[in-house]
Structure formats: structure tokens, C-alpha cells
Design a protein around this ligand. Structure first.
Ligand code: SF4
Length: 242
């Protein structure tokens, strides 16, 4: 893809959504880390359903650790793979308490050493909490980067490296959320909503969906609108008291 086309794609995504953010509900870096960790292989909706119950009861590493494995599982039943994730969450909280003084670590090595935290989760935290221009690649971003020709690659890591190499500095911070939301709501896996897509004239995908095919499908074309901003919950009582 020509660099001018890439620039035009980012400009359009920026104009449509100047301040993109996650749909995972959170009110602290730790809550965000927990929510992102829980979101692997499951929807943000099911994670939000779980954390809406968990965080008002326990939203610090110490408090979640003290719930114990059985206690945590009760809150995570709406989340896919909740048995493994509950075990990882307890391990993550223990490690943050014992090695990082209760704070979310700010370097990739320490983040990736936490149970249940891989490269993608670490990149999201480095980007959203610590202002680094890391670009996490999930299944949506992998698909959009390959279909459009923005940053083709055979593996998520190859796409990540290509995105980091080709994304202009001014768009690095928000590239993850623009591409993720575009893949989630417009460039969907089964029937991409090409006739409604704001970058269709710039996209190099050769098999774009025809208007008739889109009308016959159940593709979520209504999501051409901007997604709502993440509602911030009121801080937990214990946080407010500090
Ligand atoms: S034109 Fe179609 S394939 Fe290309 S980005 Fe838009 S929805 Fe995806």
C-alpha cells in the first residue's frame, strides 16, 4: 500500500472518531488490566457483565487476592474460560502485591510475567496507561490490516511489526482502537459492511461485499456510527476515601 493511502485511511478513521477508547468498563489502571486479561477469547460485553459485579466488591490486587479462587470464580461465570482466568487473576494479584507494591508495572517484561498476561494485553496497558505507542494486534486488527493491505502479515506479531513500522507517529497512540473498532463493527469477519465503510475507496481488499449481499446478510451495518465512549464507573468507596 502506498504511504499516502495509509495516511488517508488513518485520517478518515481519526475524523470519524477523534478520541477512540476501549469498550471495557474500568476506573483505574488495575481494573483495566483485569478487564483486558479477562477479555481474551470472549466478548467485552461478557467481561463488563462480570466486572460490574466484581469491581464494586473488590477492585484492588489485595482485595481480589483475598476473595480467593472460589470467591473470584463466582463473579467470572459470564466470562469464557472462567476457571483458568480465575486462577490467573489470583496469581496476577499475588504477583502485583508481592513484587510491585500493589501497582500495575510499567514495563513490558514485568507485565508479560504476570499470569494470564501476554504480549497483546501488555501492549494495551503500555498504550492506554503509560502512554506508549504500542499497537496490540487482536483478531479484528489482524483481519483489517490484512484485508485492507494496511499492514499485511501471516501472524499477529508480523502484523504488529508492520503496523509499528508503517503507522505515522501522530496516529500510533490511537491506531489500536481505530482498527479494532473498525474490525468489530464494520469490517466484520463473515460479511464486511463494505458499502457502508468509510475507507472502501482506499481499501485494497479484492472481494468487497456488494450492496445486495450486505442487504441479505445480518452484518451489523448500524455500527457505522461512532461507538459510545466507555462509561466510567464511580471510583470504589475505598479509592474515594484515599
Ligand atoms: S471496504 Fe470492506 S474489506 Fe475494506 S475495510 Fe471496509 S469493510 Fe473492510
Amino acid at each position: 500500500m502506498h504511504s499516502a493511502t495509509r495516511l488517508a485511511i488513518y485520517r478518515r478513521l481519526q475524523t470519524a472518531n477523534p478520541d477512540p477508547t476501549t469498550e471495557l468498563e474500568h476506573s483505574s489502571p488495575f481494573e483495566l488490566l483485569v478487564a483486558v486479561m479477562l477479555s481474551a477469547h470472549t466478548t467485552d460485553k461478557s467481561v463488563n457483565a462480570a466486572t460490574r459485579k466484581l469491581f464494586p466488591v473488590a477492585n484492588t490486587p489485595l482485595a481480589i487476592r483475598d476473595l480467593g479462587l472460589g470467591g473470584v470464580k463466582e463473579y467470572l461465570r459470564s466470562v469464557g474460560l472462567y476457571n483458568t482466568k480465575a486462577k490467573n487473576l489470583i496469581g496476577l494479584c499475588r504477583q502485583i502485591v508481592e513484587r510491585h507494591g500493589g501497582n500495575v508495572p510499567s514495563d513490558r517484561e514485568s507485565l508479560e510475567a504476570l499470569p494470564g498476561v501476554g504480549r497483546k494485553t501488555a501492549s494495551i496497558i503500555l498504550n492506554m496507561v503509560f502512554g506508549q505507542s504500542a499497537i496490540a494486534v487482536d483478531t479484528h486488527i489482524f483481519r483489517v490490516a490484512n484485508r485492507t493491505g494496511l499492514a499485511p502479515g501471516k501472524t499477529p506479531r508480523a502484523v504488529e511489526d508492520a503496523l509499528v513500522a508503517c503507522t505515522p507517529d501522530e496516529f500510533r497512540k490511537n491506531a489500536h482502537h481505530w482498527l479494532l473498532l473498525h474490525g468489530r463493527y464494520v469490517c466484520t469477519a463473515r460479511v464486511p459492511a463494505c458499502p457502508k465503510c468509510i475507507i472502501r475507496d482506499l481499501c485494497e481488499y479484492p472481494s468487497k461485499t456488494e450492496p445486495r449481499a450486505l442487504a441479505r446478510s445480518d452484518a451489523p451495518i448500524a455500527h457505522a456510527r461512532r461507538p459510545r465512549k466507555t462509561p466510567l464507573r464511580k471510583p470504589h468507596k475505598r479509592l474515594r476515601a484515599r
